[in-house]
Ligand binder design. Structure first.
Ligand code: SAM
Length: 264
């Protein structure tokens, strides 16, 4: 008998066949595509993906699901099921040199909500090999990623993801499409990896440090939230050069503004 879905591993399986088809169609797979699937679960997405791609590496942390999947996909020559935590997974060990050089890996996943951010962060370490990421995430999470400056959802996550990708919400997925039914609705999010970052930066570490510090105290003015990180005279210089109101709040700065600030 199958064990109960594990809450601790975010096991809300996608049971709506229409949505399964819609997700795979949205990925626009070709027989030349290499796919990394995160959390294949019971293989509902893995099957159609394997039929439409050149190679599939599906990374599942749950030992029981892994052994079921391994058995089920044993005749699929193009599919490898790996028992591993995606946060420790290194794609360079599983895709060929040519596949990596061509940067054509598509990442697909109905991913556990509690590690959505760490997964994105981990994937961006390999951004040069990835073409697009398609992920089913909580609606609120997707809103934070696609938010525009000035909105309450706009924050360091938005800036971080925008630096590496062009994000788009493709469609909403009602919570009753999953079993067990989660508390909130989801959506399919597409992150098209940019071959060149969204803005030109001299020092990435400093850029992200400034963004994190700014949004840590997002209710304060930028001047106050960056106190102790950027000397006041440098900030004044930035406000003057770029004609920015010196009382501006972090959430009103665009990615380009943060880049200008870091570069200055
Ligand atoms: N893809 C399946 C579907 O759409 O029905 C399952 C989705 S379920 C939301 C998330 C899956 O990710 C589960 O199978 C879970 O065991 C797996 N998972 C959770 N944490 C993981 C991790 N750190 N690394 C790899 N897989 C993980």
């Amino acid at each position: 008998m199958r064990p109960k879905p594990k809450k601790s591993l975010g096991q809300n399986f996608l049971i709506d066949k229409n949505i399964q088809r819609k997700i795979v169609a949205a990925c626009g797979l070709h027989l030349s595509d290499n796919v990394l699937e995160i959390g294949p679960g019971r293989g509902e997405l893995t099957r159609p993906i394997a039929q439409n791609a050149k190679k599939v590496i599906a990374v599942e942390i749950d030992k029981f699901l892994f052994s079921e999947l391994k058995q089920e996909f044993k005749d699929y020559k193009n599919t490898k099921i790996v028992n591993c935590d995606i946060l420790k997974f290194d794609p360079t060990k599983f895709f060929s040199k040519t596949d990596l050089i061509n940067s054509n890996i598509k990442v697909v996943g109905n991913i556990p909500y509690y590690i959505s951010s760490p997964i994105i962060e981990h994937l961006f370490k390999f951004n040069k090999y990835i073409d697009t990421v398609f992920m089913t995430v909580q609606k609120e999470f997707a809103r934070r990623i696609t938010a525009l400056p000035g909105s309450k959802d706009y924050g360091s996550l938005t800036c971080f993801v925008r630096y590496y990708t062009e994000p788009k919400i493709l469609f909403l997925i009602k919570k009753n499409s999953f079993f067990p039914i989660p508390k909130v609705d989801s959506c399919l999010l597409r992150l098209k990896i940019l071959r060149h970052p969204g803005v030109a930066i001299n020092d990435e570490k400093l850029f992200f440090k400034i963004i994190r510090a700014a949004f840590n105290k997002r209710r304060k003015t930028l001047r106050n939230s960056l106190e102790g990180i950027i000397p006041q005279e440098k900030l004044n210089n930035f406000f003057d050069t770029f004609n920015i109101d010196c009382n501006i709040r972090p959430e009103d700065l665009s990615l380009q503004n943060f880049a200008d600030l870091a570069n200055k």
